[in-house]
Design a protein around this ligand. Structure first.
Ligand code: NAD
Length: 257
């Protein structure tokens, strides 16, 4: 990256929720690689700690926070961890996510609906609200993880699609509130090969899923977590200061909004 990018990230402090795995872990690594201090926040304690240790071993500055984004007190504690450890918070990436039940609406229980909405949508709200004053004061940036599912309307993912569409709407509102001080944008990834994407599948099932999904992707491959990290780094960095309230589709051409 250029000096301009390193000069921007060097003094800045970031929190990445869901930073213990997949896309969040790649974003945390990208931020630390550009010199930002990173708090890896995840419900999975070992994953958060391992990710932070790995970043430090690679020469970055990182800490772990074990938090559940759907709990107000945890979101607050996450921000306090950044401020106590590094003195400030500039950048927030809302990447934490649990898995949908993968059932048609008629079979989806209220508990399953609420469990997913609580983490993806309410969690994004709680973390943004907890970070709001710091990000505004410091002229920072927020990136929220939406999904192509928010736009496509596919069967068996009602609670996930609704949460991810909600994140897009929420992003626009908070972007308008934080302007002109800070930017807020959403990323809508297509299929990204992460632990979440592979969850519960045998090797044969996974090979079949990969072969099937890649046919929908004009760029000829599934996404890697680093593809999303590159887009997140751009939105959090100095080259995107006039981009706010937007959703960027990072999907290999799978879907044209
Ligand atoms: P992942 O499962 O690899 O990582 C998600 C992380 O979130 C895990 O470390 C998990 O422990 C953590 N997490 C779950 N619930 C939490 C909670 N309540 N509080 C704090 N942390 C919690 O998943 P991923 O594929 O890297 O997905 C990351 C984000 O990107 C999610 O929001 C997902 O919906 C979104 N996304 C993923 C894809 C994809 O194809 N993988 C596509 C579009 C959007």
């Amino acid at each position: 990256m250029t000096d301009r990018v390193r000069d921007w990230f060097g003094p800045r402090v970031a929190v990445v929720t869901g930073g213990g795995s997949g896309i969040g872990r790649a974003i945390a690594a990208a931020l630390a690689g550009e010199g930002a201090c990173v708090v890896v926040a995840d419900i999975a304690e070992t994953a958060a700690r391992d990710a932070a240790v790995e970043l430090e071993r690679s020469g970055g500055r990182a800490s772990a926070a074990t938090i559940d984004v759907s709990k107000e007190a945890d979101a607050q504690r996450m921000v306090e961890t950044a401020v106590k450890t590094y003195g400030r918070l500039d950048l927030l990436v809302n990447c934490a996510g649990n898995l949908p039940a993968l059932k048609p609406v008629v079979d989806l229980s209220e508990a399953e609906w609420r469990a997913l909405i609580d983490v993806h949508l309410t969690g994004t709200f709680l973390c943004c609200r907890a970070a709001y004053d710091q990000v505004r004061e410091n002229g920072g940036a927020i990136v929220n993880l939406s999904s192509s599912y928010a736009f496509k309307g596919r069967p068996n993912a009602a609670e996930y699609s609704a949460a991810k569409a909600g994140i897009f709407g929420f992003t626009r509102v908070i972007a308008s509130e934080l302007a002109p001080r800070a930017t807020v944008n959403a990323l809508a990834p297509g299929p990204i090969d992460t632990p979440r994407w592979r969850a519960g599948l045998s090797d044969e099932e996974l090979a079949a899923k990969r072969a099937k999904r890649v046919k929908d992707v004009p760029m000829g491959r599934l996404g890697a977590p680093e593809d999303i990290a590159d887009a997140a780094l751009f939105l959090l960095g100095p080259q995107a200061r006039w981009i706010t309230g937007q959703v960027i589709h990072v999907n290999g051409g799978e879907f044209y909004p």
